[in-house]
Design a protein around this ligand. Structure first.
Ligand code: ADP
Ligand code: ADP
Length: 227
């Protein structure tokens, strides 16, 4: 589903954040992206959200070359992405319901569909009873689950999470990872950037390790499935 061919990213000023990365992620896989702070994890995710373009090489998702997409195609592509941030970027003066509904409102979905899908997403993260609360009234772990509900409410093909457990204690971190595993179990491809090596080691998923912009892992997935 995702294919990087010889991808490098050099920022203005000349710093090479990613150096000639080649790897593939199959549809339906759940993969951890790890490495020290500054290793290039966020840069890799920003290439996948098409916020940044590679300086050289090719990034393909579902066989489409991201760098060749026009604005309309990028907007369409992003509808199929669910992005989770460390600090979850919730609207603090809006209810949990409104936060989760936001991507569907932006996409112009029918109000009846919005209500049903927001409820389904909140149910999946165990927060249906909190729909009228403001994020500020929730715990850190609950706020992160609202962020996840918002990311999955569009039924994305691909979930990208950047340090989703960065501010959470180990028990809550495990709960959040279990939630991602649940979405992966129904076929969603999931990529989680995390430097929590202890947590990752206990979970049995493929790990892509970045070190100073280079990949330390085996370059290709062992499966033969088509992307
Ligand atoms: P990570 O997510 O693994 O901490 P990043 O992808 O954020 O790593 O950063 C990789 C390197 O690229 C770092 O050295 C960082 O300082 C640099 N970098 C990140 N974003 C920019 C930017 N917009 N401009 C210049 N350098 C950047
Ligand atoms: P619809 O009837 O609109 O296709 P569903 O009732 O199947 O929607 O799903 C409702 C909600 O369940 C979605 O908005 C989403 O939160 C969640 N969901 C269902 N399938 C997936 C999926 N493959 N990945 C992530 N979330 C999903």
């Amino acid at each position: 589903m995702i294919r990087f061919d010889q991808v490098s990213k050099r920022y203005d000023g000349g710093f090479e954040a990613l150096s000639s990365l080649s790897f593939q992620i199959e549809r339906g896989e759940m993969v951890f992206l790890t490495g020290h702070s500054g290793a290039g994890k966020s840069t890799l995710l920003r290439l996948l959200t098409a916020i940044e373009k590679p300086s050289s090489g090719h990034v393909r998702v579902a066989n489409a070359l991201l760098a060749k997409m026009n604005r309309r195609e990028i907007a369409f592509y992003r509808r199929k992405l669910g992005v989770v941030h460390q600090d979850h970027l919730l609207l603090m003066d809006h209810s949990v319901y409104d936060n989760v509904a936001q991507p569907l409102l932006v996409a112009g979905e029918h109000p009846a569909d919005i209500k049903r899908r927001v409820h389904a997403a909140l149910d999946k993260v165990g927060l249906l009873s909190r729909e009228k609360f403001k994020p500020i009234q929730l715990s850190g772990g609950e706020q992160q689950r609202v962020g996840i509900a918002r990311a999955v409410v569009k039924k994305p093909d691909l979930i990208l999470a950047d340090e989703p457990t960065g501010n959470l204690d180990p028990t809550l971190s495990r709960d959040i990872m279990a939630l991602f595993a649940q979405f992966n179990a129904i076929g969603t491809t999931v990529i989680i950037a995390s430097h929590d090596l202890g947590l990752i080691a206990r979970l049995n998923y493929r790990v892509l390790s970045l070190h100073q912009g280079k990949l330390l892992d085996t370059p290709f997935a062992p499966t033969g499935r088509q992307s």
